[in-house]
Design a protein around this ligand. Structure first.
Ligand code: SAM
Length: 312
């Protein structure tokens, strides 16, 4: 019973936070926090999955630091595991839909907009730009690993070997009410929105150095910091480091996996810093952000470490 309960409490969370720098009124404003537990907790599935989960929780994955990413992270494996939107990948599809729905809300009508958006730890993915490209004039994508930036460039340059994002782009176009504008949306991301793809290291006080980039209206970071940080103190530092890239009064949209210790890329496990909701809230507040909105999805499905096909 206890195991089932714990498993069902696994969560994905998505925070939108606003910088407090020079915005002292925010200190006095009552936080507007929306907490939506949109899924009801279901009984756990069959025994074999549960047994695997117990093993998975006991599996010790040594911290996979940035040079491990540079050497071993295989973009195509990662994309296949989590972004192929194919039947039979319920866990991955749920995660992806959660991100796309929340990004649509964050950057859609009445949402966050501005001139520049910087995405931290972009990886080889473009899903995070499909809604944001409608609300920002310029997007800067960043990542530590060369092969991820190269994979992204392949898609930007219409290389035939690039990953096929068509089902994901269609999903976002449907959210926006026009399934037919897929080509237009892809063009917008390729030729208008993404202006630079830069090397980034969140462990450094100036994550984009030696590149100099004007402060952004919005910072986006999805599933990066928990992979890049070994412990809570480096997690706090990384948040402070990236916060130097946003304008006073700008926004941070942060998407984090809670209560997880690793995830798989192909057959290789990568470490994931175990975070509870309160850990994330404390770190963003310490980096002088005020939480405006948060969405927490309680998952009764496979955890992040098991969402790839064939694991359970
Ligand atoms: C789980 S992937 C997330 C990719 C993408 N944001 C997504 O939502 O799928 C983690 C990413 O963080 C990057 N990363 C790891 N350490 C980093 C560091 N120190 N600085 C910047 N990026 C880092 C990795 O190269 C990888 O692309």
């Amino acid at each position: 019973m206890i195991i089932n309960l714990k498993r069902n409490l696994r969560a994905y969370s998505d925070f939108i936070v606003k910088t407090e720098k020079q915005e002292h009124s925010l200190h006095n404003r009552k936080e507007e926090v929306e907490l939506s537990n949109r899924k009801t907790v279901q009984p756990s599935p069959g025994g074999s999955q549960l047994r695997f989960w117990c093993l998975a929780k006991n599996m010790e994955v040594a911290f996979t630091e940035k040079d491990f990413y540079a050497e071993h992270f295989v973009p195509k494996d990662y994309l296949e595991n989590y972004y192929s939107f194919s039947p039979g990948k319920d866990g991955a599809n749920t995660l992806l839909r959660f991100s796309l729905d929340n990004l649509h809300q964050a950057f859609g009508a009445g949402g966050i907009k501005g001139d520049t958006l910087i995405d931290i730890g972009t990886g080889p993915t473009i899903y995070q730009f499909l809604s944001a490209c409608e609300s920002f004039r310029e997007i800067i994508a960043t990542d530590y690993a060369d092969q991820n930036r190269e994979e992204l460039q392949r898609w930007l340059k219409r290389d035939p070997d690039a990953f096929d994002w068509t089902p994901v782009v269609k999903y976002v176009c449907e959210l926006e009410g026009d399934r037919e504008k897929r080509a237009e949306k892809e063009n917008k991301v390729r030729s208008r929105a993404i202006r630079q793809v830069l090397k980034c290291d969140v462990t450094q006080p100036e994550p984009l150095a030696p590149q100099a980039v004007p402060p952004a209206d919005c910072l986006l970071s999805l599933l990066c910091l928990e992979g890049a940080c070994k412990d809570l103190p480096p997690y706090h530092s990384a948040l402070k480091n990236i916060s130097s890239l946003v304008k006073p009064g700008g926004h941070l949209v942060l998407y984090t996996i809670l209560d997880e210790t690793f995830y798989m890329v192909g057959q290789r496990p990568f470490s994931c810093l175990y975070l509870r909701q309160e850990d994330v809230e404390e770190a963003v507040k310490e980096a002088r952000f005020a939480i405006q909105k948060k969405e927490v999805e309680l998952s009764n499905r496979k955890p992040y470490s098991q969402v790839q096909e064939g694991v359970s």
